[in-house]
Design a protein around this ligand. Structure first.
Ligand code: TXA
Ligand code: MG
Length: 342
């Protein structure tokens, strides 16, 4: 059931309902500023186990723990280094997940059997209010079936997981639109970005006063299976965040689209195009045509919703016009590469 949390009154009711279900070990889908999350009490082993079942998620893929701020974060980790506090002060609440050694109170099921836990304090007021009402941290992956597109609207969650979740709280479309940056701080002197996001590696480096670049796992982490069998950051597997429809990146201007499609043997009316900026396609009657903003923040905000819309058309191909290959587009590029990988 989708419950709106738009007005103050609605929000109060939705937060109470959500907190009540979570206390009873149920799953609730909640809005965050990045994507919708499928939340459970992080201390309740059975509840967290049902997240894996609902998503069809491999049990060795750890789940991010969401907190109200650094005091609650400290309770979830063995040690809270000054570097983590610096990052929290600079970027929380916001789209940054910090990986540290876990405290004994964090169950194995949350960490995928590993010794570290990822902690994040989300900025969305509804999510914040629910964690505050619960008083315990919430384990929450993105609220989609494993390997599908992350949801940025309540309807996306309904479509993907509607039968598996007691309540979906609608907090409007997510404003960041792609998942948080995940930074491994388990060795605080040598941070590593495991998943790029809208908080850039450069800004993390600046806050930590580091000279050299923070190492990015990037595509090197394709099969970053640690010897222990625990995936270092399984979201980094090459194919992830994928629509069902075959999706291709297209490096060219929309004028060249007709050629591109005929080379692929695809009829324009069976193609959905996600293009950048205002340039309109030539006189082709496409199955679908969506234009996204020509800036990384605006693009990130809308890309998953665009993929959901295109996918729903059940056409033959989704063609995604490639964004500029500059550093500000890194996180967007990461998601597009994974979405188009077969
Ligand atoms: O923005 C987000 O991070 C959203 C919202 C709901 O907070 N959550 C999200 O969760 O994207 P999920 O489960 O879809 O992706 C979490 C990523 C996965 O790639 C997972 O492997 C990685 O974070 N991760 C979680 N715990 C980790 C850990 N202890 N060590 C390394 N990677 C970890
Ligand atoms: Mg996910």
């Amino acid at each position: 059931m989708i419950v709106p949390a738009f007005s103050e009154e609605e929000r109060k009711y939705a937060v109470e309902q959500a907190a009540d279900l979570l206390r009873r070990g149920m799953l609730v889908a909640l809005p965050t500023e990045t994507v919708y999350g499928l939340a459970a009490n992080a201390f309740n082993v059975e509840a967290v186990r049902s997240i894996y079942l609902a998503k069809g998620r491999p049990s060795n893929n750890p789940i991010i723990v969401h907190v109200t701020g650094s005091p609650m974060a400290r309770r979830c980790v063995e040690e809270w280094p000054p570097e983590a506090e610096l990052l929290a002060q600079s970027f929380w609440p916001g789209p940054l997940s910090i990986v540290l050694h876990r405290a004994a109170c964090i169950p194995n099921v949350v960490t995928g059997g590993g010794e570290t836990v990822a902690i994040r304090c989300p900025a969305h007021p509804v999510f914040q209010a629910v964690v505050r009402a619960c008083g315990f941290p919430l384990a929450a992956p993105s609220a989609n079936r494993s390997n599908h597109i992350s949801p940025t609207k309540a309807e996306h969650v309904q479509e993907s997981l509607g039968n598996h979740v007691a309540l979906i709280v609608d907090g409007r479309a997510c404003s960041v639109g792609i998942e948080s940056t995940v930074v491994d701080m388990s060795n605080p002197k040598a941070p590593r970005v495991l998943r790029p996001g809208m908080i850039s590696e450069e800004s993390i480096r600046r806050v930590l006063g580091l000279q050299g670049a923070v190492a990015t796992e990037g595509d090197k982490a394709k099969v970053a299976l640690e010897q222990s069998g625990v995936l270092k950051s399984p979201g980094q597997l090459p194919r992830h965040y994928s629509p069902q429809t075959v999706s291709s990146l297209f490096r060219g201007s929309v004028d060249e689209l007709e050629n591109f499609l005929s080379q692929k043997g695809c009829k324009p009316e069976r193609c959905a195009l996600i293009r950048i900026g205002k340039e309109l396609p030539p006189h082709l009657s496409l199955g679908m045509d969506i234009g996204l903003p020509n800036n990384p923040a605006g693009y990130a905000e809308q890309i998953y919703a665009a993929l959901y819309r295109c996918d729903a058309q059940r056409l033959d191909v989704i063609v995604i016009q490639a964004p500029p290959e500059t550093i500000e587009w890194r996180a967007v590029w990461d998601r597009l590469k994974r979405a188009t990988k077969r």
